[in-house]
Design a binder for this molecule. Structure first.
Ligand code: FAD
Length: 396
């Protein structure tokens, strides 16, 4: 593990820092109405889509350069980009599998947040077992596809202009082989988006219904029946975009330590002792998650890509963030409603209510443990009852 910036990384960090500090007020606004404009400002300065190829609207930079931008934004407590799913998942999928025409039409607008994008994969009966999805796409004689089905947990669908949509085009082959991916216009007739209310009070994700939605064949991403391979591009990009180096949690750990310390005097002596012990334990866990993140950053800095062991980083990061938020809520009591984390975006209570979602999104804790068991530790694979049978047969 190497903690120091190389000379080039240090120069890049200085450039990024100077720009962010100069535009701090504008970029720090939490007003949702200006979220697209904030991203456009960053894009026009060359700080969005850094790793994307130049012809796709990016600057052909390194993942390490992107990680430095993320770190510097976290350092100033700036809100994240609105089109994160587009940048982290949908865009890379279009770059890998889209036609030249799709790339021309979509990519630059996505990076500037002129268009927002969402990822339409999960369904009521297909989350961890994504390849079991049922949304059906059928090719008509007019050369257009007609789509019927339902997606769920679609983050940002209520604001999105486009989505990448994974469908079943052939139920008579094994489940991974009968899938096809499309770009869908979220304003097309037959698309209905219904927001879902979360326990944190927000409504960031949605149910999305498709009723006889027409998608031109030119909006297909990859070959017919090759959707699983296309989806793996998306999921790999998701893993990379989630592996942010643990710096956000680190900043929160220091804030919670300060808030808890301020409240210790108000606690009885025995509760003080317990709170100190818990704070120590939670803080050590956060440091563990942070250094696991640094290990990934060192890999990126050497030009390598994180492997399946990156799952451990997400597992430990989520666990330690949850422990910290739980501790803060218990020690701060009523004050947990007002005491905010350093960047001012959350109260400890909303953070506590939002974190269980992180143990589900982008691979649940249990599924990540399976990956670590099978692909890192080399343990025997899970039994898979639907192996070798067609999707239709697997429905019984
Ligand atoms: C905040 C958030 C944002 C999301 N955004 C999106 C989005 O934008 N687009 C999108 O398509 N989806 C999105 N999702 C959905 C997410 O991908 C799924 O929730 C996730 O894949 C789990 O699927 P599921 O909810 O159907 O649970 P299930 O797969 O039904 O799992 C239920 C339980 O069973 C366990 N389990 C399942 N299989 C196994 C196994 N093989 N071994 C051991 N345990 C197992 C799981 O760990 C879980 O505890 C989002 C979810 C969240 C929480």
């Amino acid at each position: 593990m190497d903690f120091d910036d190389t000379q080039e990384e240090a120069a890049w960090r200085a450039e990024v820092r100077e720009f962010l500090e100069r535009h701090r007020e504008e970029l720090g606004s939490r007003n949702d109405d200006v979220a697209r404009a904030r991203q456009a400002t960053l894009y026009d300065a060359g700080f969005v889509g850094v790793t994307w190829p130049v012809e796709a609207g990016g600057r052909g930079g390194t993942p390490m350069q992107q990680a430095i931008i993320d770190q510097e934004m976290a350092r100033l407590g700036l809100p994240g980009l609105i089109n994160l799913i587009g940048i982290g998942m949908c865009g890379p999928t279009v770059i890998m599998h889209g036609s030249d025409d799709q790339k021309q039409r979509y990519l630059k607008r996505l990076l500037r947040a002129d268009d927002l994008w969402c990822q339409l994969f999960s369904e009521p009966a297909a989350g961890s077992d994504l390849a079991g999805l049922r949304t059906r796409a059928v090719l008509g004689e007019d050369g257009n596809w007609r789509v019927d089905g339902q997606k769920v947990w679609t983050t940002l669908a209520h604001l999105s202009d486009y989505g990448i949509l994974l469908t079943r085009t052939d139920p008579d082959v094994p489940k991974h082989r009968g899938l096809t991916m499309f770009v869908v216009d979220m304003r097309a007739p037959g698309v209905t988006v219904r927001p879902l209310r979360q326990m944190s009070g927000g409504a960031d994700f949605n149910e999305v219904f498709f009723d006889d939605v027409v998608i031109p064949d030119a909006e297909r991403l990859g070959d017919v029946g090759d959707g699983w391979r296309v989806a793996l591009t998306t999921l790999m990009s998701e893993r990379l975009s989630l592996g942010g180096g643990g710096t956000g949690i680190g900043a929160r750990a220091e804030t919670v330590a300060r808030h808890v310390a301020e409240h210790l005097d108000g606690l009885s002596p025995d509760r003080q002792v317990l709170a100190r012990q818990e704070l120590g334990r939670a803080y050590v866990a956060v440091l563990g998650a942070r250094y696991t993140g640094y290990r990934q950053l060192s890999k990126l800095s050497r030009g390598e890509l994180p492997g399946p062991e990156a799952s451990a980083g997400k597992l430990s990061g989520t666990r330690s963030a949850r422990d910290l938020a739980d501790l803060a809520v218990r020690v701060l009591g009523d004050d947990a409603r007002v005491a905010t984390s350093r960047d001012g975006s959350d109260t400890w209570q909303t953070l506590q209510a939002g974190l269980p979602g992180m143990a589900i999104a982008g691979g649940t804790d249990q599924v990540l443990r399976n990956i670590i068991g099978e692909r890192v530790l080399g343990l025997p694979a899970e039994p898979r009852a639907d192996k070798g049978v067609t999707f239709r047969e697997s429905l019984g």
